[in-house]
Design a protein around this ligand. Sequence first.
Ligand SMILES: Cc1cn([C@@H]2O[C@H](COP(=O)(O)OP(=O)(O)OP(=O)(O)O)[C@@H](O)[C@H]2O)c(=O)[nH]c1=O
Length: 608
Amino acid sequence: MALYPVVRKLLQKRVVLASASPRRQEILSNAGLRFEVVPSRFKEQLNKASFPTPYAYAMETAKQKALDVARRVHQKDLRAPDIVIGADTIVAVGGLILEKPMDKQDAYSMLSRLNGKEHSVFTGVAIIHCSYQDGRLDMEVSEFYEETLVKFSQLSEELLWEYIHSGEPMDKAGGYGIQALGGMLVEYVRGDFLNVVGFPLNHFCKKLAELYFPPRPENVQRVKHDSIPPVDTFEGLSDLSDVEGGGSSPAHSQQGHGTKDTHAKGTVAGLHSSALLEVIDGFKASKALFTASKMKVFDALGDGAPLSAVDVARKIDASEHGTGRLLDACAALGLLEKTHRGYRNTELASRYLRSDGEFSLHSLILHSDTHVWNLFTHLESAVREGTHQHPRALGSTADDPSQGTCRSQDQKLRCLGAMHGLSKLSAHQVATAFDLSQFTSACDLGGCTGALAHELAREYPGLKVTVFDLPEVIEDVKRFQPNGPQTEQVTFVPGDFFKDRLPEADLYILSRILHDWSDEKVHELLSRVSGSCKPGGCLLVAESTLDEEKQAARPGLLPSLDLLVQAQGRARSLSEYRHLLQAHGFTDVRAAGTGNIVDVILATRTEP
Ligand SMILES: Cc1cn([C@@H]2O[C@H](COP(=O)(O)OP(=O)(O)OP(=O)(O)O)[C@@H](O)[C@H]2O)c(=O)[nH]c1=O
């Protein structure tokens, strides 16, 4: 691909780089680009826990940086620049997002985390095309990210401190600069080196080529926005009614390994019409995935060569016409790859959607299709009555709504499989959010199939973990046990944490338990844990939390609504959890965002 014509195209435009990073300026000027530098004043303080992935966080930060500059330049010069480029580089390791260190100690803790390990460096890039005509601002946001893997050698404390004292780490994500002294720490790099330095030049040029020399220019839609008044925020300024074209299908983003492009037409600070259409059509996407999983499409495709729709139809015993449509829908959702040779599983599908994989979400999907779907058809009643809908949807009147969920053995195994899959998704992040190596015994209350317990055992060879759960759960956990020596560190003990004596341990764990219960029940449970926990012992809580304004922390997963319809508990914010723990004698409450679906809290039991 000829990259130079793309850069030449930009020479005729007013380009603004919304970045103070000298590395970004150097990379782009070395590429022959001419631009003004206007550093962004956007504070990099977005709630990391509210993003499903680290790169989603980096892309959003990059976009906000660029939007801030576009707005300020437009106000100052009364003319919008043609293009504003924003970028954000982060380091992701063990579920944590590392940005620039605050001080030397922070740099030390970042570098120690990276020491001897492989990590990802993500740079999110936003390109805003602006034009200003007749009092109207026309903006198009294109965003993408690039991932590069970097591995550090095993380094001594002395070397780390020497590096920190050089001063190099302080203005760099993850606390190192690969282009200078930090290069000596690095064993290997997989992917774009410049992406680590701060700007993925190659992907940027490809993106520009795609924008300036598109294969089918007739597809471009433009969105008009009213002139932007001098306000501090863009929130609420989007005029969705002005979308030309459109249609009811979701805007599909291209997703490849390690990179993602989105071209969000008409986006103003995160509000865009395609997102609205995606919500309207969301149920169709869910149902396509549920149906493909139920019909074992992803198992039929396996890891082998691509299959035609006819082959798949034969394997799943369905019509060719219908199967073709379903496969196309799955391809549009990014679950399958479609080429002229046929359909095959994407990496995502191979890892999570086949029914036999270690990280399979197959049972969770079947559970959502039958049980959760059914409950959500009664959402209106749940809202009117303010209570869960188990009696209406499932005919259950039990005190604990989950009792109604698993009546037959099949349903029960599906429930356990769903919990197992969900737990596996975040087990590593929960186990490593804090260093737990000082503990010798842990008790995972309501630990179900032991997914987290086994991850803890793998991570901490000196730790013995007891999984404490109801007898009817324990009797069926065998089929979920992994092989390997660490299984000896894990023991299952049947019991009810509201009634029976809790096993002794230095560390108690409540992972995704508290949200299922009302405040009254949470107090009862915490008081029992507090009673069993010796002073100096700790309690680890993993929960999907709400942000402090009580909005859903995880876009798309709607934890609050979920709990209204499904359970008698509720989602809580980190400060609510902190207060609950403090009320039961747990102090020194520390929280860690994992960048995954749960946050982790560690608290120490003090003398009563
Ligand atoms: C891993 C790594 C990072 N960096 C620098 O880390 C900063 C990240 O921070 P940011 O928030 O993305 O950018 P910034 O410097 O605050 O600038 P701005 O765009 O104004 O926010 C950027 O500088 C990057 O080069 C290096 O120079 N070398 C490396 O190996």
